[in-house]
Design a protein around this ligand. Structure first.
Ligand code: GDP
Ligand code: MG
Length: 207
């Protein structure tokens, strides 16, 4: 007999940030455990990966802004129902960090505009990617943490290339559950690859 309900709760997460910071690479590493040195996104798309957190089946719908990177206002379709936002910069590209305040202001405005729930129901993370290139670092951990502190969000670093820091997905899932369920905080989180993991283009005309 098949279990008709494949998940208990669905969370939409969106990735924002300047072009080439590695948003698609992080998603690709997490969803397919793959990495390519080529730019990964041509069309915007979303991916689905299921995780289990303390016996709660969570379906993560992960939206990658794709070729719309140069526009901060990505519109209703992109932001509607977003419960988590990853704002990514490249630790070796100072300008990609300096854009983050604008990204944050624009994204919070859009999330608030397009969602019925209160703004504090959305979880924001700042992500510094490409730590494998730390010798060329142009943004210190301290200043990224300072930015996060002043905007009341979390900061994590990743390398999509070396598959480090992917705890960010577990971490945001836990934070979203805490905001959207009565779940008590616990320390264990287990992940499973779902047979129904999938990728889909959601929009071909946003740019
Ligand atoms: N060295 C290194 N290169 C990366 C990393 N993540 C992404 N890249 C490269 O950076 C470029 C842009 O990545 P992409 O995911 O397309 O960036 P996006 O435009 O933000 O989606 C590609 O050449 C990737 O291979 C990383 O962690 N380390
Ligand atoms: Mg991309």
């Amino acid at each position: 007999m098949s279990d008709s309900k494949s998940y208990d709760i669905l969370f939409k997460i969106v990735f924002v940030g300047l072009s080439k910071v590695g948003k698609s690479a992080i998603v690709s590493r997490y969803v397919d455990n793959m990495f390519s040195m080529r730019n990964q996104t041509i069309h915007p798309e979303f991916h689905v990966r299921n995780v289990v957190v303390d016996n709660i089946k969570v379906s993560l719908q992960i939206w990658d802004q794709g070729g719309c990177d140069r526009y901060m206002n990505l519109g209703n379709l992109f932001y509607r129902n977003a419960k988590g936002v990853f704002m990514v910069f490249d630790i070796c590209k100072r300008d990609s960090f300096e854009y983050c305040q604008s990204w944050f202001d624009t994204t919070t405005r859009s999330v608030n505009k397009y969602n019925g729930f209160k703004p504090e129901k959305c979880v924001y993370y700042l992500i510094g990617n490409k730590t494998d290139l730390a010798l060329d670092r142009q943004v210190t951990i301290e200043e990224a943490e300072q930015f996060s502190k002043s905007n009341n969000i979390k900061y994590l670093e990743t390398s999509a290339k070396e598959a480090t820091g992917l705890i960010l997905f577990e971490s945001i899932t836990r934070d979203m559950l805490l905001k959207h369920t009565e779940m008590e905080p616990t320390s264990s989180i287990s992940l499973m690859y779902s047979k129904s993991n999938s990728t889909a283009s959601y929009l071909s005309t946003c740019c």
